[in-house]
Ligand binder design. Sequence first.
Ligand code: HEM
Length: 416
Amino acid sequence: MKTSVIQLTLDLLNGADMTVALEFNPFLRDYQQNPHGYYRTMRNEAPAYYIEPLNVWALFRYDDVVDTLRRPDLYSSRDWIRNTLGEYDPVPQVTNLIAMDPPDHTRIRKLANKAFLPGVIRKMEGDIRALIEELLDEVQDRGREFDFVHDYAAHVPVNVTAKILGADERTARNEFKRWTMDLLRAPSRSVLPQEDLDQIKRSMTELREYFTELIEFRRRNPGNDLVSVLVQAEEDSQALTADEILSLAFILQFGGSETPSHLISSSLLNLFDHPDAMAAVKADPAKTADAVIDETFRYSSPVHFVSRTATQDIEIHGQTIPKDSIVMAYISSANRDETVIEDPDTFDITRKGNSRHLALGLGTHYCLGALLGKMMCGTALTRALERMPSLQPIHETPEWMPSYWVRGLNTFPVRY
Ligand code: HEM
């Protein structure tokens, strides 16, 4: 009697007591299309749950997710790269920032922060705006119907990240797009054919060679880009090594190239679904952009979960998570937790404290690109609406990507 991801089995046949078996399988399409009903049930019925097909433990409540992110001593990040990329880590010589725990993480993060200080990001704002205008010119040259995801939103972060890392020329930006697309396929490596795996490997090698040369070039010719800032970053007379810079450049590209695209598309969808909010944004884009972006982070979190490894047996909600298990902290579920967020299933850009969401993580590994991401997404959304005020969706029902990890629209046909 398998009818849905969460299945209530009533064992009435043999007259036994009613037993309720709960099953949560994030590979199922129904969950990927509409996860929030499932999350609500999991928060209420099984807040700590073993997902058999993935061999991981999942936590769904806001407070538990916060604890996971705030306790690196209990929930380590050490297996992040191994779980995500396996043998396709382009810089295996050093541990990546995202896979470090304190105190190692603290040193690298302090240095990397220098490339993301508000003043540094502000200096890049003009370039980012110009790039977004260029992308919108291309969209508008194509005609009055286009796919908002593939023709626009997906290009924004790849191009912005390439640009701010110092890969200015158009050809380099196109290479970046190819490398990024290949890199993002690595988490599915167990089901990919050999030729795709070879392609990922080739892209990793090219990416590595490209950044190695770029870092050397920027040592001699510093510019206004992040690689230059990283090359010069020093803390207590400690600078980053070449491999550390390479590893950081890679995680910036990986972290910064996809999720903002989902956020841009989801915020447009949310505005189409909420005409009052759309009217407010059109009336005053500068004043409302931050609120739309923050509420979309909460309501349509682009990342479902972040993963950690249990450093010891953990007792939680009557379950024991064994030492060395992978734990998925469902930030997307936490952001709709009714015990913490009032009326969580309503999209409300006037919501007080809407930046309390966990879509960008929390604590030690809080998203390094948060400020940049918000600025990029806010500008991409509001400029698209300013330049195409009659923008509207072509279909009623959106189709979400077939992914258990990220949440973004698969396609989004629009006209103006
Ligand atoms: C706008 C959409 C974005 C979302 C939803 C997002 C989400 C996240 C999340 C949830 C984490 C925490 C990971 C963890 O705890 O394991 C994270 C970390 C990170 N993000 Fe983002 N991110 C976004 C944009 C960006 C951008 C634009 C960049 C850079 C250009 C970036 C770079 C990073 C890096 C380097 C980390 C690791 C920080 C550390 O380990 O200390 N992200 N991001």
